[in-house]
Design a protein around this ligand. Structure first.
Ligand code: ADP
Ligand code: MG
Ligand code: MG
Length: 880
C-alpha cells in the first residue's frame, strides 16, 4: 500500500523524489539531531494523485490525522487549542528548488479563540494578533487568490508596515482582513483548524500548476510531472520580541566563493520578511554581538551541514526567545565564479576529489566566466552603487514593470523597488535587474543568480516614482539607457564599453593565475580536465592568428582549415580567372597565381601549430559561390546594355554564372566532385601544402599537415584524389610525411566507411552536412521556417544543428567509427562540425570513441572542460 506521509524522523536527504528537496533535507537535519521543529512530509505521490483525481485520497486524510496526533503528544499541545494552541506551517517543496515559486502558509490553527489563548500563553498579545493577521492574509492570498493589494490597502489605511502597530490597530486589521476575505471569497475565514490545514495542503498541490511555476520549470527544464511534496511543521516564532528573529545564511559567500559564513538576520521578524527585502537586515557578525550563544551554535551547525553535504549549503533559521531553530537547508546556488572557487577549496580541504570537483562545475559556468565586463576606466561616474547580487555586465533601456520587459524588443533593464514571483516573465526577458531594496538573499538576487542573470539590488538611493526614478540629483525615465555591473554593484548612465574577462586574459597568457582565487581554481580544474580527458580538442582555424589564439586556449591541433576562406578578398579576381578559363593554359596560369598565396597562408598556419596536426580541407563549396550573384550580374549587364555600353567582363561572368547555375547547389558540384572535374585545382592546393611544409622543415620547424578530402561518398572518389595527391607530394623535395584522409559527411560515406577507410588514414565527421543530408533539410532554409513548430511539438528537444541528433545522425557516426576502425585499427577519428563545441554533443562524441573534437577558438576551453568531465564521469567517479 502506498504511504502518503513520512515523519521528519523517517526520511533522509536521498529521498528527494518522494519527499521533495525541502522535506528530504528537513529529515536529514532531524536525523543529525539538529534543532528542527517536529513535523512530517506529505509525499509527491499524494500530490500527483490529487492533481490526477482532483481530491485528497482518503488514506492521506487518515495518515495526516495520525501524524498530527503523534506531534501533539510529543509537544503536549493541541492543534488550534483555545488555551495553548499548537500552530503549524504548511510549506511546499519540490524535488528541485524553485525559489519563491510555490506558496507557504504560516500560523495555521489560529482562529478567533486560539489567538486569545496564544496571547495569554505567550504573554504577548501584540505577537498573537500580528500572527493572526498574517495568517488571514497569507491564507486568503494563497488558498483563495485574494489579490495582495486588497490586504495592502487595509494595512496602508491603518498607517503602518506592521512592526510598529499597536494591539488595538492589529485587532482592527484582523477585522478588516476578514472582511476583505469575505468580500473576495463569499465565505467567512475558516475557523476550524483541520479545515485550514487541508485547504492549505490542497492549495500547495494546486500551486504546482500555477502559471509562474510552470514558466519557471520550462525555463529551468524541470519536468512538469514531478509534483511537489508538502511539509507540515510546528511553528516557531521569530516575532516574539528583541531576543527573537529570523535569518538566512550561506556556509560560504555564494557570490565569490570566499570562505566564511555569510548571512542576513532580521530581529523580531517572521518568515519571509528577510527574503522579501522589505526591512534592512543585520549581518551574522552583528548577531554574534546580540546573541553570542545562538551565533556560536549556528556556526557549528553550518560546519556540520557542510561536512554532511560536502558542499556549500544555505540555511533558513529562526531564533525564538534566544532558542535557535533550523527551518531549511539545501546545497546552495552560486555564481559561476563561486562554483569554481568552492570546488577547488573543497579539494584543498580534503572534502572531495578532483574528479568530483570537475562534476561540480559546468561548461555553461565557464562560458559565463568568459563573458566580457565593463571597462570601468571608460565609464562615467556611477549614478549609485547597490548590492552586487549576480555578476555580469548588462546595459539596456529602463523598464519599470515585468510586462513591459517581457514585451520589449530591445535590451532592457528591469528596475523595481523589489521583485516578487509575479515579475518572473520580466526577469527572464530583461538583460539585467536593478532593485532599490533587499540584500543578496532577496527574491531578485536569488532568482537572478539561479538564472545567471546580471542583478544589482538594494540600491537604496534610487527613488522610484511611477515611470521615473531619481538618483544623485538626476531623473531617469523609462526608455533611458543604463548599465549595471553585477560584480561591483555600480549603476552607470548610458551604455558603458566592455572589456575582456580575466579568465580569457588568463587563457591568453596575458596574466597568470597567481594570487587570484578564481583563476587558480580555473587553472587547477582545467589541468585535471586535460589529464582525465580522452578526447583531444582541436580548433577550426584558417589563419595563423586564429590558430595561435586557439593554441593558447589549449587546442592541440587544427581540426579544420577551410581553404576556400583563402580565396576571398582581393584574391577573388584570381578565382574568377580560374573559373572563366577556357583552356588548359589559362587555367594553369590562374592556378599558378594562386599557388604562392596559398603556400604563404599554410606556412603561417603550420608555424602557429608547429609540432601539432593541421588538417587542411581541400576546397569544398561550389565555385560559383565566388562569383557575384546572378540577379546582381543580370541587372548590371542590363543597365550597361540600356546605356548602349559594352558590359565587358560582366557579360562573360554572367555567361559563366548561368552555365554553372544549380537548383540545389548544396547537392551539386562541390567538394571532391570539383576536384575530379576541374583539372589541376586539388593538385595546386596539395602542392601549396607540400611546399609550405617543406619550407617549414627547411626553417627548422616541425609541420604536421594532413590533407582532408571533402564530401566523399564512394571510396573510388577518394582513391582517385589520393593517387593524384601522392604524385604531387612525391614531386616536392623535402616534403615531410603527410597523411591523407576524408570527411564523413554524406550518409553513404558513413555506411561504406569500411571501404573508405582502405584509402583514408583519418576520418573527420562533418556533422553539419551529415545532419542536413540525414534529415534531408537545409539549415539555411528550415531554421526560420518550421523549427519553432518542431521544437514545440517535441519532434526534437534541441535543434539537431546545435546538439547532435544521437539517435539518427549519431547512429551513422557510430556505424562509421565501427566499420572504419574494423578495416583500419589505427584510423584517427575526429569531428569538425559546429557540434564539436556543444557540450552535450561532446559527451556523445566521447561515448562514440572519437579521438578529438574540433571547434572555434573561443569554445576550446569549454570543450576541454567538457571532455574532462565526460571522461571522469565515465570513469564512474562518485559525483556526490
Ligand atoms: P520558500 O521555499 O519560499 O523559502 P519556505 O517554505 O521556506 O518558503 O517558507 C517561507 C518562510 O517561512 C521562510 O522564511 C521560513 O523560514 C518560514 N517558515 C516556514 N516554516 C516555519 C515554521 N514552522 N516556523 C517559523 N517559520 C517558518
Ligand atoms: Mg525557504
Ligand atoms: Mg561539409
Amino acid at each position: 500500500m502506498t504511504r502518503y506521509v513520512y515523519d521528519f524522523t523517517e526520511g533522509n536527504k536521498d529521498l528527494k523524489d518522494l519527499l521533495g528537496g525541502k522535506g528530504a533535507n528537513l529529515a536529514e537535519m532531524t536525523r543529525m539531531g539538529l534543532p528542527v521543529p517536529p513535523g512530517f512530509t506529505v509525499t509527491t505521490d499524494a500530490c500527483r494523485e490529487y492533481l490526477r483525481t482532483g481530491r485528497m485520497p482518503a488514506e492521506l486524510l487518515a495518515e495526516v490525522e495520525q501524524h498530527l496526533r503523534q506531534m501533539q503528544n510529543r509537544m503536549n499541545k493541541t492543534f488550534g487549542d483555545a488555551e495553548d494552541p499548537l500552530l503549524l506551517s504548511v510549506r511546499s517543496g519540490a524535488k528541485f528548488s524553485m525559489p519563491g515559486m510555490m506558496e507557504t502558509i504560516l500560523d495555521i490553527g489560529l482562529n478567533d479563540a486560539s489567538v486569545v489563548g496564544l496571547g495569554r500563553q505567550s504573554n504577548d498579545e501584540r505577537f498573537a494578533w500580528d500572527s493572526y493577521r498574517r495568517l488571514v492574509q497569507m491564507f486568503g492570498r494563497t488558498v483563495f487568490d485574494v489579490p495582495a493589494a486588497a490586504f495592502d490597502d487595509e494595512l496602508a489605511a491603518v498607517g503602518g508596515v506592521g512592526a510598529d502597530l499597536s494591539v488595538a490597530q492589529l485587532k482592527d486589521l484582523v477585522l478588516a482582513y476578514k472582511k476583505v476575505f469575505h468580500s473576495h471569497t463569499g465565505r467567512d475565514f475558516p475557523q476550524a483548524p483541520h479545515e485550514q490545514l487541508f485547504l492549505a495542503v490542497g492549495a500547495v498541490f494546486r500551486s504546482w500548476n500555477a502559471e509562474r511555476a510552470t514558466l519557471y520549470r520550462r525555463q529551468e527544464r524541470i519536468p512538469h510531472d514531478l509534483g511537489t511534496a508538502v511539509n507540515v511543521m510546528a511553528m516557531v516564532f521569530g516575532n516574539r520580541g528583541e531576543d527573537s528573529g529570523t535569518g538566512v545564511a550561506f556556509t560560504r559567500d555564494p557570490a565569490t566563493g570566499r570562505r566564511g559564513v555569510y548571512g542576513d538576520y532580521l530581529r523580531n521578524a517572521q518568515g519571509e520578511d528577510v527574503v522579501a527585502g522589505i526591512r534592512n537586515t543585520m549581518s551574522l557578525s552583528e548577531l554574534a554581538t546580540i546573541d553570542p550563544a545562538s551565533h556560536r551554535q549556528l556556526l557549528s551547525i553550518m560546519q556540520r551541514l557542510e561536512q554532511r553535504y560536502r558542499d556549500l549549503c544555505d540555511i533558513e533559521f529562526t531564533i525564538e526567545n534566544g532558542k535557535l531553530w533550523m527551518l531549511q537547508t539545501r546545497v546552495g546556488k552560486r555564481t559561476p565564479a563561486a562554483a569554481f572557487v568552492i570546488a577547488a577549496q573543497l579539494v584543498d580541504e580534503g572534502t572531495i576529489t578532483l574528479d568530483e570537483a570537475l562534476q561540480r562545475v559546468t561548461d555553461e559556468q565557464l562560458a559565463q566566466l568568459m563573458f566580457p565586463s565593463f571597462d570601468t576606466a571608460a565609464a562615467p561616474p556611477p549614478l549609485t552603487t547597490g548590492v552586487p547580487a549576480s555578476p555580469g555586465a548588462a546595459a539596456g533601456a529602463i523598464v519599470f514593470d515585468s510586462a513591459a520587459a517581457a514585451a520589449a524588443t530591445e535590451p532592457v533593464i528591469l528596475v523595481r523597488r523589489e521583485t516578487n514571483p509575479d515579475d518572473l516573465p520580466g526577469m527572464i526577458a530583461a538583460q539585467g535587474i536593478l532593485t532599490s531594496r533587499g540584500g543578496k538573499t532577496s527574491h531578485a538576487a536569488v532568482v537572478a543568480r539561479g538564472m545567471g542573470k546580471t542583478c544589482v539590488c538594494g540600491a537604496d538611493e534610487l527613488v522610484i516614482d511611477g515611470d521615473t526614478f531619481a538618483v544623485a540629483g538626476r531623473i531617469l525615465r523609462a526608455g533611458d539607457v543604463i548599465s549595471i555591473d553585477g560584480t561591483s554593484g555600480k549603476v552607470y548612465p548610458g551604455s558603458v564599453p566592455v572589456r575582456p574577462s580575466p579568465v580569457v586574459r588568463y587563457f591568453e597568457g596575458e596574466i597568470t593565475a597567481h594570487g587570484d582565487p578564481l583563476l587558480a581554481a580555473v587553472e587547477r580544474l582545467m589541468i585535471h580536465a586535460d589529464h582525465e580527458a580522452r578526447l583531444g580538442v582541436h580548433t577550426n582555424a584558417d589563419t595563423g592568428a586564429d590558430a595561435a589564439r586557439a593554441r593558447r586556449f589549449g587546442a592541440t591541433g587544427v581540426g579544420l582549415c577551410r581553404t576556400e576562406h583563402m580565396f576571398l578578398g582581393d584574391r577573388r579576381e584570381l578565382v574568377e580567372r580560374l573559373i572563366l578559363a577556357e583552356d588548359d593554359a589559362s587555367r594553369a596560369e590562374a592556378l599558378a597565381a594562386l599557388l604562392p598565396l596559398q603556400r604563404a597562408d599554410f606556412e603561417e598556419l603550420f608555424a602557429a601549430m608547429d609540432g601539432l596536426p593541421v588538417t587542411v580541407r581541400l576546397i569544398d563549396p561550389p565555385l560559383h559561390e565566388f562569383l557575384p550573384p546572378l540577379e546582381e550580374l543580370t541587372a548590371r549587364v542590363a543597365r550597361a546594355e540600356a546605356l548602349g555600353e559594352d558590359p565587358g567582363r560582366d557579360g562573360t561572368l554572367l555567361g559563366a554564372v548561368r552555365r554553372m547555375h544549380e537548383q540545389n547547389p548544396m547537392l551539386g558540384l562541390r567538394g571532391v566532385r570539383l576536384g575530379l572535374v576541374i583539372p589541376g585545382l586539388f593538385a595546386m592546393q596539395v602542392r601549396a601544402i607540400a611546399e609550405a611544409a617543406a619550407a617549414r622543415v627547411a626553417a627548422g620547424g616541425d609541420p604536421r599537415p594532413e590533407i582532408m578530402v571533402p564530401l566523399v561518398g564512394a571510396v573510388q572518389e577518394l582513391e582517385t584524389v589520393r593517387a593524384e595527391a601522392e604524385a604531387v607530394l612525391a614531386s616536392v623535395p623535402g616534403t615531410p610525411p603527410i597523411r591523407i584522409g576524408t570527411m564523413i559527411e554524406v550518409p553513404r560515406a558513413a555506411l561504406t566507411a569500411g571501404q573508405i577507410a582502405g584509402a583514408a588514414e583519418f576520418f573527420s565527421f562533418g556533422t553539419n552536412d551529415l545532419t542536413q543530408m540525414t534529415w534531408g533539410f537545409s539549415r539555411d532554409d528550415v531554421e526560420g521556417a518550421f523549427f519553432g513548430r518542431y521544437l514545440g511539438l517535441g519532434i526534437f528537444a534541441a535543434s539537431p544543428f546545435e546538439t547532435i541528433d544521437s539517435e539518427g545522425v549519431g547512429e551513422l557516426v557510430r556505424i562509421a567509427v565501427e566499420r572504419g576502425r574494423a578495416a583500419r585499427p589505427d584510423l584517427t577519428v575526429g569531428v569538425c562540425g559546429e557540434h564539436g563545441g556543444d557540450p552535450a554533443s561532446v559527451s556523445f562524441f566521447h561515448d562514440a570513441g572519437l579521438d578529438y573534437v574540433s571547434c572555434s577558438p573561443f569554445r576550446v576551453p569549454i570543450a576541454r572542460l567538457e571532455a574532462g568531465r565526460a571522461a571522469s564521469q565515465a570513469a564512474g567517479s562518485d559525483s556526490r
